[in-house]
Design a binder for this molecule. Structure first.
Ligand code: KG4
Ligand code: ZN
Length: 327
């Protein structure tokens, strides 16, 4: 089955073609809108929607071309319908419905977080149960996944998402937007000592990141070097998340872990997860770097899994977009 996957939930216009028989991503095209939002230091929903509208047709054609696939070859259209910025979601959803309607192709709405959760398994079968850590710009959560659709939330952030904290800290330090990759780059070149930041307080497997932001603000006021602050922030935030993950492993006894979302590209997080594999005898599943941040491939893949689970019945075209829905 050839699946078209579309995601316009935030500031990336993402379209991919996934082949379920070959377990292969035939094309994965992402157009980022960094430039359009840079002046604002964050994503402006209305601008995001306008940029998606301008780009989606071009990105769609590029995805088809790269995959060497014609519209008439597509067997399923999968589109993110929640969560995300409403005006942005509506562009991809409406476009996807249009393609499906015009070609008499079944259509499936996909939950963006579920797509992240399964992104490490795009090219293989998921092995259940597993612990899922989603670390992105909008979400930070740890859950147990027993099967597709069977999730138990163990903990989540009580305030900012971890990626949001990276972005805000980078903004305070004038490192630009998006902040995660910028801070990670500084961290990799940093060879000095780390500052000790206060460890956030949140019970059990829950997490908190807003205190780190405040700590960073204070360090800036105290005149510490920017690189030192950025590297220390990354170390503290990542060590903290890995500690929570270790707790989840010990509490559940589940030894398979999926880590996904934009922040799963972080080099220090990947290093620490490697250590966790060695010390806790767990197996960590990570997405390939191109599938860490928002992309159409993960949407196509989960759309396919959902379609199969529903005995190949698609969703009605009345399916709406929602800024947030529980998974
Ligand atoms: O998954 P994603 O593309 O979008 C959401 O669904 O939110 O995640 C984007 C987030 C941004 O906050 C970005 O700064 C962060 O992922 N990010 C990183 C890295 N690459 C992207 N954070 C830390 N280290 C990175 N290497
Ligand atoms: Zn995302």
């Amino acid at each position: 089955m050839k699946v078209l996957g579309i995601d316009t939930s935030c500031d990336d216009t993402a379209v991919a073609i996934y082949d379920s028989n070959e377990k292969k991503v035939l094309s994965n095209v992402v157009s980022s809108q960094y430039e359009a939002h840079r002046a604002y230091g964050g994503v402006v929903p209305e601008i995001a929607a306008r940029e998606h509208l301008k780009n989606i047709d071009v990105i769609f054609r590029e995805a088809l071309e790269k995959a060497n696939v014609d519209v008439s070859d597509i067997d399923l259209v999968a589109v993110t319908y929640t969560p995300g910025l409403l005006p942005a979601l509506l562009v991809g959803l409406t476009f996807g419905k249009g393609v499906a309607f015009a070609g008499y192709i079944p259509f499936k709405g996909v939950h963006h977080i579920e797509a992240h959760m399964f992104s490490p398994f795009i090219k293989r079968e998921p092995e259940f149960p597993f612990i899922s850590l989603v670390v992105s710009g909008g979400h930070t959560m740890i859950s147990v996944v027993r099967s597709l659709g069977n999730y138990k939330l163990l903990g989540k952030t009580l305030d900012d998402a971890i990626g949001e904290a990276f972005d805000k800290v980078a903004k305070m330090l004038d490192f630009g937007y998006p902040g995660g990759p910028a801070i990670d780059r500084i961290f990799r070149n940093y060879k000095e000592n780390y500052l000790v930041l206060p460890k956030p307080q949140a019970r059990g497997v829950n997490m908190s990141f807003s205190g780190l932001k405040t700590a960073v603000r204070r360090l800036i006021e105290d005149g510490y070097p920017k690189e030192m602050i950025a590297a220390s922030f990354q170390k503290t935030a990542i060590d903290y998340v890995v500690g929570k993950l270790r707790k989840a492993v010990r509490e559940t006894g589940i030894r398979r872990i999926s880590v996904s979302g934009g922040v799963s590209a972080n080099s220090y997080l990947r290093e620490r997860l490697q250590e966790l594999e060695d010390t806790e005898r767990v197996k960590v599943f990570l997405p390939e770097i191109e599938f860490t941040s928002d992309n159409g491939a993960m949407v196509a893949y989960v759309g396919y899994l959902r379609f199969e689970k529903a005995e190949r019945i698609g969703d009605p075209f009345t399916l709406n977009a929602y800024p947030s829905l529980p998974i």
